[in-house]
Design a protein around this ligand. Structure first.
Ligand code: C2E
Ligand code: MG
Ligand code: MG
Ligand code: MG
Length: 288
């Protein structure tokens, strides 16, 4: 960011705070333009169930900017603060539903697509209509959609979140608690919340081998899920040892670089074909 330092030529001196604000304003405007220009895209990470192969995909936002592909980390917080996540998130829902409907029409045998939703989106009064509109336009049954919310997004306004999610869930949309174990949700919250799936945060998976405490946490989450009748999925599985440990503990569903990184939509079909072939090869002992 170019500014003149000092007041020599009549320029104002910019404080670090002002520079940061200016940079944010730049980024905000760039994000707005990106949405208008169609620079966002979704990548899809396969979700694996032991013995079944891929059962779903998680849609993850990417920004194609000047030939480079940017992950959401650096811009998602600003999109949330400025409220831009609302129109961006609506686009994500429409795009994910349309893509998944196209895959189904094409014969891809996946159960569902998971979409990340921020607190800000959930708080919008018309959130249920936005979700249902995306499903309807795509011609996708609600049971094919899973909404991922973090514990903190839900804890912020439990009655509000419950109200918003209840009507979607009544129609068959699934709700997952993302990054589970890192937030402050309580047992009583879990019992009251309309939730179907717990996603074990990847920090626990990462320290599975090094820290006995992570094993204990994962055991508790698994017991919790079983008691409450919830599905489970572990995120961030990066190697065979972690995958084996998770299955031994009783978590047969996972996603992570060990299976596949998030893939551009155009590569999903080919990946599924290859993984299906590899699985058949293992199960039949044939070298396919
Ligand atoms: P998340 O929903 O917890 O997504 C998982 C993140 O972990 C993704 O990062 C994914 O690329 C990454 N990941 C997957 N497998 C592995 C692995 O084996 N090892 C490691 N180290 N990482 C792995 P990504 O795509 O950069 O997304 C970061 C976060 O941004 C997401 O975390 C989610 O909270 C948010 N996000 C992504 N897309 C959207 C969106 O469309 N809307 C909203 N509101 N948030 C989104
Ligand atoms: Mg997620
Ligand atoms: Mg997560
Ligand atoms: Mg996360």
């Amino acid at each position: 960011y170019r500014v003149k330092a000092g007041g020599r030529s009549g320029y104002q001196t910019f404080s670090p705070e002002m520079l940061a604000a200016a940079r944010e304003l730049d980024l905000e405007q760039a994000l707005r333009a990106a949405l208008a220009r169609g620079e966002f895209e979704l990548h899809y990470q396969p979700q694996i169930r032991a013995g079944r192969g891929a059962v779903g995909v998680e849609a993850l936002l990417r920004w194609r900017r000047g030939g480079e592909l940017h992950p959401p980390g650096p811009f998602i917080a600003l999109a949330e603060d400025t409220g831009l996540i609302v129109p961006i998130g609506a686009w994500v829902l429409r795009e994910a539903c349309a893509q998944f409907a196209a895959w189904r029409a094409d014969g891809l045998e996946l159960e569902r697509v998971a979409v990340n939703v921020s607190a800000r989106q959930l708080g919008e009064p018309d959130f249920p209509e936005v979700v249902l509109g995306a499903l309807r336009t795509a011609g996708l049954p609600p049971r094919c959609l899973e909404l991922e919310l973090t514990e903190s997004a839900v804890v912020r306004d439990v009655p509000g979140a419950t109200r918003q999610l209840a009507q979607l869930r009544a129609l068959g949309v699934r709700v997952a608690l993302d990054d589970f174990g890192t937030g402050q949700s309580s047992l009583s919250l879990l019992r009251r919340m309309p939730v179907d799936v717990l996603k074990i945060d990847r920090s626990f998976v990462a320290s599975l081998e090094a820290e006995g405490e992570s094993v204990a946490v994962i055991r508790v989450v698994i017991a919790l899920a079983q008691t409450l009748g919830l599905d489970l999925i572990a995120e961030g599985v990066e190697n065979a040892r972690q995958w084996e440990a998770l299955r031994d503990l009783g978590c047969p569903t996972a996603q992570g670089y060990f299976f596949a990184a998030p893939l551009p939509a155009a590569e999903v079909r080919a990946w599924l074909g290859r993984s299906q072939g590899a699985r058949l090869a293992r199960e039949t002992g044939l070298d396919l």
